[in-house]
Write a protein that binds this ligand. Structure first.
Ligand code: HEC
Length: 165
């Protein structure tokens, strides 16, 4: 290596180091965790509250807090859970004609109006909902005992709710 070439190697190394470190800085920007950003409730001299998050207007309640939990009757809960979890197969009125059966489900459940089920106690319906029966699987992972009870009452009373198609 001649004397003349020597400094230019250093210059090249310097350029390479600059490019590489610049690359890393750019990469740092791409990692969201390290990005420059405003965090919630961080100090912000530009806003009137001096905070990055707005505070609720005095005397108001944020919309997400405003709806008090709706208290549903056992009947309403039963109808709602029946429609959600049972009607796809058993039909909106418990006749064993749910949509799933119209699309190839090949075990047709009895209508709840069938004599054998008409005379069954409401606990029978609750237990079937929670334990399943033959080809029907259990719904205990999505229904509490109280919800299954509410469904059973709806079926026994033949009271599936208003405005059914
Ligand atoms: C995926 C379809 C499907 C869903 C959803 C479903 N069932 Fe069933 N159910 C069946 C089938 C099919 C049978 C008949 C099982 C058999 O004979 O193999 C049955 C049987 C029953 C029986 C027993 C009828 C008898 O012959 O003794 C009851 C009671 C019942 N279901 C209640 C419910 C309740 C309550 C729900 C909602 C929690 C529900 N089912 C949800 C398909 C379903």
């Amino acid at each position: 290596m001649t004397r003349k070439q020597y400094p230019s190697v250093l210059v090249m190394l310097g350029i390479a180091a600059t490019i590489l470190s610049g690359g890393c800085a750019q990469y740092d920007q791409m990692v969201m965790r390290r990005q420059a950003k405003v965090k919630v409730f961080e100090e912000d001299p530009f806003s009137s509250e001096k905070s990055s998050a707005r505070l609720p207007v005095p005397g108001t309640v944020p919309q997400s807090y405003s709806s008090a939990p709706e208290i549903l009757s056992k009947r309403k809960i039963g109808q709602n859970r029946y429609r959600t979890f049972c009607s796809p197969c058993h039909g909106l009125r418990g006749r064993g004609d749910g949509l799933v059966l119209k699309h190839g489900y090949d075990v047709v459940p009895l209508s709840f109006e069938h004599q054998r089920l008409k005379t069954a106690p409401s606990t029978y319906f609750r237990d079937v909902a929670l334990n399943g029966i033959k080809s029907m699987f259990s719904y205990s992972d999505v229904l509490s005992r109280a919800e299954a009870d509410a469904i059973a009452e709806v079926i026994k009373a033949n009271d599936y709710g208003e405005n059914l198609p």
